[in-house]
Design a protein. Structure first.
Length: 477
């Protein structure tokens, strides 16, 4: 259906709902009510036509559920109205389950806990004010008892699936939110029926109450039909591993669900008798366990996020190598281990020759590409125990455990030979004397690098042992 067609549907739905408010009770009003439901079902089917046949089933189920529920008005005289009304729940529940299955991932288990918490809170309300009274009523037949219980159970299933749909949905999508809005309005209609029944109000004696409830249901169907306008939204998925999102509305909803049990208990205390003590205790226990589970999930998520942030803070964004902070943190540990084992340790400072001229010639993107290619090539030429890091700009530093000056120079010669693009580098080497501090060791390697650049570049210079007047020596050129 085109955009013009959807605008026409929206206008027709609004006009029909407005007309429904003024038409007197009778056949015309009933016909209009059924027509609005059928119109929403037809719009839902039309919206799904843009999908592949295999992806249309959820929307056909939605349309079938709305059509059955709307037809229930016509079957009141025949006694089949409840069958048609109740058919709405399994049809829509199955459609929601199919949409959720496409979006669900292990990383979104938090959404399942949230849905269970909200459903448990509302389930306690449903038990106290709808299910338990129907089961305990001796004046109704088993069939009527089963029908009365089926409505709140169907509501609870739809609530759980609606929360899952919203929590698993993609950000800023109209369709999942439109479906959720429609179902919440529908459930509000069921809630009004529950309140009316609890208060003992006579709907038949006051047509205004019945008209309001009918309008709530019909508005729900009209919104559902319009939500099908962008049915393809439900095929989109967030990147794998995206966490379920939380926000203030969700937190408030969860808090309200947790307060249901104390509120019910307080209401019964005010009434003078605690008739549902066991149900309240079970509800509190279930919700407490769910809250603990959610807290555990949040803790695990926070720990994972902290690890990711720590890793990002220790990695160079451009090359993917450890950054200066990570390398400097690692150096004292390697030196201490070398002290205990009696092994040599060397470090090398590497500087790409004439990198600023390269940047001027090829631009910053070209310079970035050279840095990435060089770091990858050098990493492949180093030993597995060596640690290469980006020290800053075009400078790199490498830690060479178990290597004296001669062995370290051989490793850097191999590294120098794989420098990409015909480029060269200068390097300064220093071997730890077991007494100097990490900063002094780095300073000696840096001084040797300076000598390598001052004596012609494209060479490796080894620093002499620390002394009053250290004299660098050219290892290779």
């Amino acid at each position: 259906m085109t955009s013009r067609g959807w605008r026409a549907y929206a206008i027709l739905a609004v006009l029909s709902l407005s007309l429904y408010q003024v038409i007197p009770d009778g056949a015309w009003r009933t016909t209009l009510s059924v027509a609005i439901g059928y119109l929403a079902a037809a719009a839902t089917v039309a919206g799904s036509r843009r999908l592949k046949p295999v992806d249309r089933l959820p929307w056909w189920l939605f349309a079938g559920g709305m059509a059955c529920n709307s037809s229930g008005t016509l079957a009141v005289a025949a006694g089949w109205s409840d069958v048609l009304y109740l058919a709405f729940y399994p049809a829509v529940a199955l459609g929601l389950a199919l949409l959720i299955r496409r979006q669900y991932s292990r990383s979104r288990r938090a959404a399942l806990v949230d849905a269970a918490t909200i459903t448990a809170g509302l389930g306690l309300l449903a038990w106290v004010y709808a299910i338990e009274p129907a089961l305990a009523d001796p004046d109704i037949s088993p069939l009527v008892r089963m029908i009365r219980v089926s409505y709140p159970l169907g509501d609870l299933i739809l609530i759980a699936l609606t929360v899952l749909l919203i929590r698993n949905g993609v950000r800023n999508q109209w369709t999942p939110r439109g479906i959720a809005l429609s179902l919440l309005i529908f459930l509000a209609g069921d809630m009004i029926w529950l309140v009316v029944g609890t208060l003992g109000l006579d709907v038949t004696g006051d047509p205004h109450i019945g008209r309001v409830i009918d309008t709530v249901y019909l508005s729900s169907f009209a919104i559902f039909g319009y939500a099908a306008r962008r049915s393809g939204d439900t095929l989109l998925e967030e990147p794998a591993g995206a966490p379920a999102r939380s926000g203030i509305p969700l937190m408030l909803t969860l808090a309200a669900a947790l307060l249901v049990a104390p509120a019910v208990l307080l209401a019964e205390l005010i009434d003078g008798t605690i008739d549902n003590g066991l149900a309240i205790a079970v509800g509190c226990t279930v919700m407490s366990l769910l809250v603990v589970t959610r807290m555990f999930q949040l803790l695990r998520h926070s720990e994972r996020q902290a690890l990711v942030v720590r890793e990002l803070s220790r990695r160079d964004e451009l090359t993917g190598l450890p950054n200066r902070r990570a390398w400097v943190d690692e150096l004292p540990q390697v030196l201490e281990r070398a002290r205990l084992l009696g092994e040599p340790v060397s470090i090398g400072m590497i500087d790409l020759d004439h990198f600023k001229l390269y940047n001027d010639r090829f631009g910053h993107p070209g310079g970035d590409r050279l840095l990435k290619e060089a770091s990858a090539a050098w990493s492949g030429a180093l030993r597995r125990s060596d640690i290469l890091a980006r020290y800053g700009g075009e400078e790199f530093i490498v830690l060479l455990p178990g290597a004296d000056l001669t062995q370290a120079s051989m490793v850097l010669e191999r590294v120098r030979g794989v420098t990409p693009g015909g480029e060269t580098f200068s390097a300064g080497l220093a071997t730890w004397d077991t007494r100097e501090t990490p900063d002094d060791l780095i300073a000696r390697a840096d001084a040797a690098l300076y000598q390598a650049k001052a004596t012609g570049r494209d060479r490796i210079v080894g620093a002499s042992d620390p002394g009053p007047t250290p004299a660098p020596e050219v290892v290779s050129a």
